[in-house]
Design a binder for this molecule. Structure first.
Ligand code: F6R
Length: 593
C-alpha cells in the first residue's frame, strides 16, 4: 500500500518520478504527489487523484537535483489535498514520503503539539516529518535527527526524505514496508519495488528492516539502528525486465495475467521438477514429514489457495489447519509439539502475515513461506522459502498467483509421496486451461447475463466450494456486485431465504462424488426462481450446463475452474465499465493491518 520513489542527479528526474509512480499505482491510487529539491528550495505538487492528474500538474520544464514521489492508499485521513504526500515539516527543513502506518502517532503528535508544532493533515506521516525537524532543531545533524526519530516510531515505514540544505542527498529508512535501492550509471534510485527502476538501474539493493541512510549520485550509506558502523552492501541483479511488466497488447493487466496461467504452470514445473525428480530441499521435505501439524496462514485469494492446499496435505495424512492471518495474529492457536507454519503470500509483504511471522519466531517454530517475490519481507523471514515464479502480478485482483500457489502445493504434496504423476496431470491442466482460454467468449456471455444483478451466489462442494469462495471474492472486488459463496448443502440452512426470482446462482461441478448432490441443491433454488449457471466438466456434463471444462484430475480442478471464475468477473467488470486493474478502495500488497 502506497508506493514511493526518489532519485538524485538523474537528468530525466521528472520522467523517473512520474513514470515510476505510474508503475507503482497498483499499490494505491487515491492521491499522488512529488517534491523537487533545487538550490535550497523544495517545490511540491500533490493532489487527490491519479498519477495521470499529477502528470498534468507538474510543469514539464521542472528541473531539480533531487526528487521524491508518492502514490497513496489512504490509511489516516481521507484522500484530499492536505493528506496527500509529500509532507513537509513546520519550518520546511524536511520533506518526505511514507509508506506504512505509525501506530503511536497520536501520542507523538500530542507531544509535538505541546512543543508548539502545528499539523495541517490527518496523517501519521506529518508526525514523522515534524519529529525529524524537532530533533534537528535541537542541534542534531539531519542523519542523527532521522535516526532519533525512527527510534521513536512504532509501526511500519519506508521513507524517502529531502533535507532542504542538502540538494545532493536523499535520506531513507525502512521498517516492515518494502524499499529497494537501484544503482544506475551515475546515480541512485529509491522505490517501493523494482518496477520504477527497471529502465534506469542495472543493480539493486533491498533495504532491510531497521536500516537507514542516504543516497547521493555516487555514494550510498546504509546503517543499522542498533549498530554504529556502516553496513557493507552488495548489489544484485533482477530477472525482471520491462517486457515482463508491459501490457503487451492487452487492454488490462488482469486479462493478461489470467491468460498467463498455462505459462505459470509450465514455469513451476521446470523449477520444481527436473524431468526425473522433484527439486525441493530434502531438509524441507523431512521437516514436513516430521511436523505433527501444518498450519497454513494467508489472506484473501492466497487464503483460498491455502484451503485447497489443506485438502492436499490432509489427503496424505497430515493434520492441517488454515487460518486467515489477521485472525491468527490475535487469536493464535497452536496444538502439537512440532508444528510447521506455511505462510502463503503473493507479495510477501502482507502486514497481517508479518505480524503472524513475528509470533511464529517468538515461539521458535519452523516457517515455510511461499511467495511470488524474492527478497520480500516474508521470503527473508523464513526458514524455508519456495518461490512461485508467476512473474510480476500487477492487476490488483490476484489471478495467476492463485494458479501458482495451488500448482506449487500440488507439486509439493506429490514430492512428499514420491508420486511423479502430478507432472503428467499438470500437462493435462495446461491443455484444459488453453481450451478454456479459447472459449472465453462463452464466459463473456454468461458474465453479461449476471452483471446487472445486485447480488450473486456461488455454490460448490469440496474443492468446488474452495473455488466458489475465490470466484465470489473476485466478483465483488472488481464488479462491486455483492456476492456470497456457499457449500451447496448449506443453502437450505438459511441462505435460501435470499433466493428470489432471477437471483444468479453459479455452481461449480467437478467432483463425481458430489455432482448429484450439488445438482439437487440447484433444483431447490430453481424452484424459487433463481437464474442458474452451471460450470461442469466433460465427464459430468449435462445438456443444460453453461460452460463445460475439459476433464482434469479432480484434485487439480481448481486450477481450471478458477480461470472460468476469473474471466466471469473480468467480463462483468468490463461491461460495467469498472476500473478493472484498480478497483475502488483496494490496493495490491496490503502492508497495513
Ligand atoms: C484478491 C487479492 C487479495 C490478496 C490478499 C493477500 O484478488 O489480491 O485478497 O490475495 O491481499 O495478498 P498476498 O497474497 O500478497 O499476501
Amino acid at each position: 500500500m502506497c508506493g514511493i520513489v526518489g532519485t538524485i542527479g538523474e537528468k530525466a528526474l521528472r520522467t523517473y518520478l512520474i513514470e515510476g509512480l505510474r508503475s507503482l499505482e497498483y499499490r494505491g491510487y487515491d492521491s499522488a504527489g512529488t517534491s523537487f529539491l533545487s538550490n535550497g528550495e523544495v517545490t511540491t505538487y500533490r493532489l487527490p487523484g491519479r498519477v495521470s492528474d499529477l502528470d498534468q500538474l507538474v510543469p514539464t520544464s521542472i528541473e531539480a537535483n533531487a526528487g521524491i514521489g508518492h502514490t497513496r492508499w489512504a490509511t489516516h485521513g481521507e484522500p484530499n489535498f492536505s493528506n496527500a504526500h509529500p509532507h513537509q515539516s513546520n519550518k520546511g527543513w524536511f520533506t518526505l514520503v511514507h509508506n506504512g502506518v505509525i501506530n503511536n502517532f497520536r501520542f507523538l503528535k500530542r507531544k509535538l503539539e505541546q512543543k508548539g508544532m502545528t499539523f495541517a493533515s490527518d496523517t501519521d506521516t506529518e508526525v514523522i516529518v515534524n519529529l525529524m525537524e524537532f530533533h534537528y532543531l535541537q542541534g542534531l545533524t539531519p542523519l542523527r535527527a532521522i535516526k532519533k526519530t525512527i527510534e521513536k516510531l512504532e509501526g511500519s515505514y519506508a521513507l524517502a526524505i529531502l533535507f532542504k540544505e542538502e540538494p545532493n542527498r536523499i535520506y531513507f529508512a525502512k521498517l516492515h514496508s518494502p524499499l529497494v535501492i537501484g544503482k544506475g550509471e551515475k546515480t541512485h534510485y529509491l522505490a517501493s519495488d523494482y518496477l520504477p527502476m527497471l529502465a534506469y538501474a542495472q543493480t539493486f539493493y533491498i533495504v532491510t528492516d531497521y536500516q537507514y541512510g542516504y543516497i547521493e549520485a555516487q555514494h550510498i550509506i546504509v546503517k543499522h539502528l542498533d549498530k554504529n558502523e556502516e553496513i557493507p552492501i552488495r548489489f544484485h541483479t533482477t530477472d525482471l525486465t520491462i517486457e515482463d511488466i508491459g501490457l503487451n497488447g492487452y487492454p488490462h493487466y488482469m486479462l493478461k495475467e489470467i491468460e498467463e496461467a498455462p505459462e505459470v504452470i509450465q514455469r513451476l514445473s521446470y523449477n520444481y521438477f527436473d524431468g526425473n525428480q522433484f527439486l525441493f530441499d530434502d531438509v524441507l521435505l523431512e521437516k514436513i514429514h516430521q511436523a505433527d501439524q501444518l498450519i497454513f496462514l494467508a489472506c484473501g485469494t492466497s487464503y483460498h489457495a491455502a484451503l485447497v492446499g489443506r485438502r492436499y496435505f490432509e489427503e496424505i495424512g497430515k493434520t492441517c489447519r488454515v487460518y486467515v492471518a489477521s485472525e491468527f495474529a490475535y487469536y493464535p492457536e497452536v496444538k502439537g509439539q512440532k508444528p510447521l507454519f506455511i505462510v502463503i503470500s503473493q507479495s510477501g509483504e502482507t502486514a497481517d502475515l508479518i505480524r503472524c511471522v513475528q509470533l511464529i519466531k517468538q515461539r521458535g517454530n519452523a516457517l515455510l513461506t511461499i511467495t511470488n517475490t524474492k527478497g520480500s519481507s516474508l521470503d527473508r523471514a523464513s526458514d524455508f522459502s519456495l518461490l512461485l515464479y508467476a512473474g510480476m502480478e500487477i492487476a490488483v485482483a490476484s489471478t495467476k498467483a492463485y494458479i501458482a500457489q495451488v500448482g506449487l502445493l500440488a507439486i509439493l504434496r506429490a514430492a512428499l509421496i514420491h508420486n511423479n504423476d502430478v507432472m503428467t496431470d499438470l500437462v493435462g491442466v495446461i491443455q484444459a486451461m488453453k481450451s478454456v482460454i479459447d472459449s472465453r467468449q462463452d464466459i463473456e456471455t454468461m458474465a453479461q447475463a449476471i452483471m446487472h444483478a445486485p447480488s450473486a451466489f456461488f455454490l460448490g462442494r469440496g474443492l468446488d466450494y474452495d473455488v466458489a469462495l475465490e470466484a465470489s471474492l473476485k466478483l465483488k472486488e472488481i464488479t462491486y456486485i455483492h456476492s456470497e459463496a456457499l457449500p451447496g448443502g448449506e443453502l437450505k440452512h438459511g441462505p435460501i431465504a435470499l433466493i428470489a426470482k432471477n437471483v444468479p446462482v453459479i455452481a461449480f461441478i467437478s467432483d463425481p462424488i458430489t455432482a448429484a448432490a450439488i445438482r439437487s441443491n440447484l433444483e431447490e433454488v430453481r424452484a424459487r426462481g433463481a437464474n442458474i449457471f452451471t460450470i461442469s466438466n466433460l465427464a459430468l456434463a449435462k445438456d443444460e450446463d453453461n460452460f463445460i471444462t475439459p476433464n482434469v484430475k479432480v484434485y487439480l480442478s481448481p486450477l481450471v475452474k478458477v480461470i472460468v471464475a476469473q474471466y466471469l468477473s473480468y467480463y462483468a467488470a468490463l461491461h460495467l465499465q469498472r476500473d478493472i486493474d484498480k478497483p475502488r478502495n483496494l490496493a495490491k500488497s496490503v502492508t497495513v493491518e
